[in-house]
Ligand binder design. Structure first.
Ligand code: ADP
Ligand code: MG
Length: 608
């Protein structure tokens, strides 16, 4: 092989030429999605070994002489079909005897005649390889037009390694079709947001767990927060929650007499996991681990009942601003309310930054007292009755009164109630106060949306004030619950959509990131999908879903259609940030998180 170890021809058996190159534009969904591919048709001499090799993912290189030295255009193979020229002239209208004779002839000649070949359909990756120096150089270049008849080679493992893998990257599975581990830049994988997309059971939660593991093992200074509506992650990451994490729920497992049992019963524990643990105690091993969580105070309560984190401080700030208003009447009223609330606060010795609802548990008259101070300055009948222009004071006072009234309608949370999403967010951005992993089990989608919206908003606010602190990744499995395309205020989907979109658009500069996962791309807010830079696509049975991903990820629909052949745990990865080369789709087999979990649960429980 004089032309280097980067091109391969299977000892001369892969004897192939470019037959045709064309641009193909396809329109889907009544013109809403337009996808373009540069298609390369290659014809290879018929050979069974070649045919076998082409069944697995591969890249091919089309030779292109140029003034600056040889260049190779890199295509990705979509499919390979064996063709015998006689089959082309066969016709079902032939008499049967003749047809069978034809078929016998064709079958006996595969591999023995020049008249059989392999048609290879491939799509251009947008990259060329230059072999002028010692190392191959991969560059994005769509200006080279290939020459029909040019020789075609397979890219060797070594070339693919150079093409795809990041130096010293984190291993995330095996590259299908190549004897290689995929190595990605994990930091960039999460930094630019990512997601897993595939039918139920393709392994999205498993892969998400695996990625969280990798983050915790190899990224310093990163916090992961998983909003779990399906009840999977405290189990799938149990060893990590026990070691460096915490589990929150809106059910108070801690105060239940059979908390361990109840917690385990609430989770979707895979049968395969219990089976794999059988030789080591099975279900009771899980119980032991959950018990450890309770013993180490890692099972906590989240408080969503307190819907509005209104504090005395927030009220005071509002009236203080009014006290400085240019309008003397506004300023006078503002000053009076401000002073009376300060006085109330002093008399009762109330903390300024606790939510009023919490304070109201100890001082039941509090909300009423604050209301009457404000109401004494707002002639109620006047402002509610007439449609006259409200003063600045009146608008502000009414907004606060309304909020206070809503607080009164809310059931007061249990004594010793849980943590507010706002407080969790504040703690998250300071490294001393946040565990590396936080799993929140919130099975009711409405509550999960409320939590997520309040958490993300506070996270962004906290980071805008104080830019320092760890990176935070928010994981939203079953993302269609949080960012559906149909949005309504009454089920809180509008609010959660706004918050998640904001995280996707602005998060990166505040070191806040998002990982989503869903089975139905069609039901997702497309704006959100387009903010993502790394896509793991599994089998997506509906063509619409594949087209949305193809469009958002900028790859050809032919490649996306190949996901139909993927097995559980196998993925098409398209990443614009985490692989060495932007946006080249690769197929991988991810390791099974469940295996890693079993190993760790057994190993660590023996150690402790
Ligand atoms: N990489 C993998 N290797 C082996 N088995 C896997 C892999 N990923 C998922 N599985 C198995 O497939 C099943 C479904 O996985 P899951 O992650 O729950 O799918 P999804 O979240 O897409 O519905 C589980 O039993 C899981 O253990
Ligand atoms: Mg899942």
């Amino acid at each position: 092989m004089s032309w280097s170890s980067y091109l391969e021809d299977l000892d001369g058996k892969f004897d192939a030429r470019l037959r045709e190159s064309r641009i193909k534009t396809s329109t889907y969904e009544e013109g809403r999605i337009v996808l373009t591919s540069i298609i390369g048709m290659v014809e290879a001499a018929f050979n069974l070994e070649v045919l076998d090799r082409l069944r697995r993912p591969c890249f091919i290189a089309v030779e292109r002489p140029s003034a600056g030295g040889d260049v190779y255009l890199i295509y990705e193979v979509v499919s390979a079909s064996p063709i015998h020229y006689q089959q082309l002239s066969m016709d079902v209208s032939m008499p049967k005897a003749l047809r069978l004779d034809f078929l016998d002839q064709i079958y006996s000649m595969w591999g023995k005649t020049e008249d059989a070949w392999i048609d290879i359909l491939s799509v251009y990756t947008g990259y060329v390889m230059k072999l002028s120096s010692q190392e191959p150089l991969f560059e994005r270049d769509e200006t080279f037009v290939p020459l029909v008849g040019a020789r075609v080679y397979l890219l060797s493992n070594k070339a693919v390694d150079k093409f795809i893998n990041v130096d010293r990257g984190v291993e995330l599975g095996r590259l299908l079709g190549f004897d290689l581990e995929l190595k990605v830049d994990l930091e960039r994988l999460i930094k630019y947001h990512g997601g897993t997309f595939g039918f139920t059971g393709t392994g999205k939660s498993n892969l998400t767990s695996l990625i969280v593991r990798k983050i915790m093992n190899s990224l310093e200074d990163t916090r992961v927060v998983i909003v779990d509506v399906a009840g999977e992650y405290v189990i799938s990451l149990l060893d990590l929650v026990a070691r460096e994490g915490v589990f929150y729920s809106i059910e108070d497992f801690k105060s239940m007499p059979n908390g361990v049992e109840a917690l385990l019963a609430s989770q979707a524990v895979p049968e395969t996991l219990v089976e794999a643990l059988e030789p080591h105690g099975g279900y009771s091993l899980l119980e032991e681990w959950i018990e450890k969580l309770f013993d180490n105070d890692k099972v906590k309560l989240i408080d969503l009942v307190t819907p509005i984190p209104l504090t005395l401080k927030m009220i005071l700030e509002r009236f203080e601003t009014l006290a400085r208003d240019d309008n003397p009447a506004n300023a006078e009223k503002g000053r009076r309310v401000y002073q009376r609330i300060i006085q109330l606060r002093r008399e009762k010795n109330l903390p300024l930054e606790e939510p009023l609802l919490k304070l109201a548990r100890h001082v039941p008259s509090l909300i009423d007292e604050v209301k009457s101070i404000i109401e004494s300055e707002v002639p109620r009948e006047q402002s509610t009755g007439k449609r006259g222009v409200k003063t600045k004071f009146e608008s502000a006072a009414e907004a606060i009164l309304e909020t206070l009234e809503r607080l009164e309608e809310v059931e007061a949370p249990a004594e010793g109630g849980g943590v507010l999403p706002e407080d969790l967010a504040k703690a998250m951005v300071s490294p001393e106060r946040s565990p590396k992993l936080t799993v929140l089990y919130i099975p009711d989608p409405y509550n999960a949306r409320v939590f997520t919206e309040r958490f993300i908003k506070s996270l962004l606010e906290a980071r805008k004030r104080q830019i320092k602190g760890p990176r935070v990744l928010v994981v939203l499995d079953e993302a269609q619950e949080f960012i559906p395309d149909r949005q309504r205020a009454d089920d809180y989907t509008s609010q959660s959509n706004v918050a998640v979109e904001q995280l996707l658009r602005q998060g990166r500069k505040y070191r806040l990131h998002c990982w989503i996962s869903t089975q139905r791309v069609a039901h997702l807010n497309v704006n959100a999908v387009q903010q993502i830079h790394s896509y793991f696509a599994g089998t997506l049975p509906r063509s619409y879903d594949r087209h949305v991903i193809a469009e958002a990820a900028g790859v050809s629909p032919e490649i996306l259609d190949k996901t139909a052949l993927l097995d559980v745990g196998e993925w098409l990865l398209i990443s614009y940030k985490a692989t060495r080369i932007r946006g080249v789709p690769v197929f991988i087999k991810a390791p099974d998180n469940e295996k890693i979990l079993v190993d760790n649960l057994v190993k660590l429980s023996v150690e402790s």
